[in-house]
Design a protein around this ligand. Structure first.
Ligand code: PRP
Ligand code: URA
Length: 213
């Protein structure tokens, strides 16, 4: 894959360790859900190294008053792409419990793999927030591209996209379609199979999170 200025692949040993367990077909639904949350928290720490709206406050320590930077109130919104993105929300809420959540519903057409949008409900004032769009799987990139385009059409200007596993095709597609959006991927897999599933991947993230198969 080409290098893109707006793409970060974490490849962190702690995250790699957790992804190895996530991939295992024998990992239970409970453990899968917990791992998705933990990985998301680790990813958020890195993703928010830059671009977080902060403000200064005065703090009185036992010794003196000092000026400190804190994250602005209500500055961050989380937007999971349904269904599987839902599994990542708590991993961010652990760090920002008051972050508002918007939902974008998308499913892939089984034959064309094109995303179909079926739901969108966003928090008021989202256009002024840093929006973290989350989906564990970035396969062809169609769902992520359309979700980001929808958010831009609603006025969002500061968007970051987080995926746990990315395929090179999908990462390139989103990076090129949305060069102004930071794309944060924990690990880059080899390719897509003929059903547009990521290889080696982890199978269907939604089914593994919610036990639907
Ligand atoms: C999965 C996944 C992404 C999408 C990725 O969702 O959670 O949203 O596929 O594929 P793409 O990059 O090729 O668009 P799916 O459509 O299976 O819906 P689900 O989460 O409801 O199972
Ligand atoms: N969606 C998934 O859940 N898994 C894939 O490998 C591709 C799309």
């Amino acid at each position: 894959m080409k290098n893109y200025d707006n793409v970060v692949i974490f490849d962190h040993p702690l995250i790699r360790h957790k992804i190895a367990i996530l991939r295992d077909k024998n990992t239970s639904m409970k453990e899968f859900r917990e791992l998705v949350e933990e990985i998301t928290t680790l990813m958020t720490y890195e993703t928010l190294k830059e671009g977080v709206p902060t403000t200064e406050i005065q703090v009185e320590t036992p010794l003196e008053v000092c000026t400190q930077q804190v994250v602005k109130d209500n500055a961050i919104a989380i937007v999971p792409i349904l269904r599987a993105g839902l599994g990542m929300v708590n991993g961010i809420h652990v760090l920002f419990p008051s972050a508002r959540v918007g939902h974008i519903g998308m499913y892939r057409d089984e034959e064309t793999f094109e995303p179909k949008s079926y739901y969108c409900k966003l928090p008021e004032g989202i256009e002024d927030k840093l929006v973290l769009v989350v989906d564990p799987m970035l396969a062809t990139g169609g769902s992520a591209c359309d979700a980001i385009a929808l958010l831009k059409s609603r006025g969002c200007k500061h968007i970051k996209f987080m995926a746990i596993i990315g395929a090179p095709e999908g990462v390139s597609k989103v990076a090129e379609a949305h060069p102004d959006v930071g794309i944060y991927v924990s690990t880059l897999d080899r390719c897509l199979n003929e059903h547009a599933y990521i290889l080696p991947g982890l199978g269907d993230a939604g089914d593994r999170l919610f036990g639907t198969k």
